[in-house]
Design a binder for this molecule. Structure first.
Ligand SMILES: [Zn+2]
Length: 117
């Protein structure tokens, strides 16, 4: 999937912000519920509260806005060069469940689990 459409930008920066466990895109809970994750449509987050809590986390450190991930050194460093422009976090501490990791494998998308602290 390659499109230049940017991801939604978080409409608030309060406690309802969540980060996708796979691509680290940061949006509000409501934004994930309304339109899912732009980089991970196969998660089917739309209107699925349980999936949202499985695939996203409120626990992350630091956010960076990435308007041109493919040409940014930070994008390459974060390995998000192929992701849509948007707001990303530098690190999430949780890993996807095994089921969801299998889903990524089925979809042939890369998933890089966080390093153990
Ligand atoms: Zn995602």
């Amino acid at each position: 999937m390659r499109n230049a459409q940017p991801a939604q930008i978080p409409t608030s920066f309060g406690h309802e912000l969540r980060a996708c466990l796979r691509c680290r895109l940061v949006k509000t809970y409501d934004q994930f519920r309304e339109s899912g994750c732009e980089n991970c449509p196969f998660f089917n987050l739309h209107d699925d509260n349980e999936r949202i809590s499985d695939c996203t986390t409120p626990n992350f450190n630091g956010i960076i806005s990435m308007m041109d991930p493919s040409r940014s050194w930070a994008g390459r460093w974060l390995r998000i060069g192929k992701f849509v422009p948007g707001v990303y976090t530098l690190a999430v501490s949780e890993a996807l469940s095994e089921d969801l990791q299998n889903l990524c494998e089925d979809e042939r998308v890369q998933y890089v689990p966080p390093k153990r602290a």
